[in-house]
Design a protein around this ligand. Sequence first.
Ligand code: NAD
Length: 278
Amino acid sequence: MTIPTRELNDGHSIPQLGYGVFKVDPADTERVVSEALEIGYRHIDTAAIYGNEEGVGAAIAKSGIPRDELFITTKLWNDRHDGDEPDAAIDESLEKLGLDRVDLYLVHWPTPAHDNHVHAWEKLIGIRERGLATSIGVSNFLVPQLEDIVAATGVTPAVDQIELHPAYQQRDVTDWADAHGVLIEAWGPLGQGKYDLFGAPAIAAAAEATGKSPAQVVLRWHLQRGTIVFPKSVRAERLRENMDLFDFSLSDEQMAAITAIDPGDGSGRVGTHPHDLN
Ligand code: NAD
């Protein structure tokens, strides 16, 4: 199966579908990532704070898959924006992953109360220059912080990884990203199972019409919008289901009906608001 790729604004490319390991128990990580690689995933999204980079690294090492066929993302945690901490943090992440570079390194949250996201971004630029990350980006950055870092450095992030699913689409951020050549990665692409997306009539109807599961319909909606996704599951049958997205498509009408699910008042958000995570 060929996973489509998207071109980043730095000329590198990223598989549009991957596997995210938030809340995968460190003790299980090597096993489930190995399973995911066997099923065909090549893009893995982890973070220092998930505590499971070592398991990801162990699975990569055992897989025998050539490094250039993999796309590995990790993230700088919030307490390491200052001074030379980002340099120490990437070294530690690479050590745990058993890699000499990641494909994508992200500032995990802007932590506005701390207000050092511009410095953290400058550090990521240096990390990319030293070849420790092929591409760099941000996560949970809203428009003001995106504007801050671009104004200060002239370097536009390759991606912004934000909470995004049919009930919470953050159009202000996605419009800014579209206008500035930043790709959007959706975290919580299935609403983390907290929002009853699968019961939404537009999704249930599209699932019925296409013979696919509601989860597959939601993931297909993301892909057709050009969004990068890495749904999480620890169950092999769901890992397979979440990859089986390329033998059907949603019509313009089905896409529009799913897009219309967002109440537009922010009430569909399931995760923490970036203003509140410091
Ligand atoms: P998600 O929307 O992928 O939801 C995961 C949950 O959905 C699973 O626990 C499972 O219960 C359910 N699920 C998965 N596949 C299913 C299927 N086929 N049918 C029915 N239910 C299914 O949420 P997530 O894990 O939070 O997000 C995906 C990834 O995004 C994470 O693993 C992580 O890599 C990343 N993430 C990043 C941030 C950030 O701040 N940058 C925050 C959260 C998550």
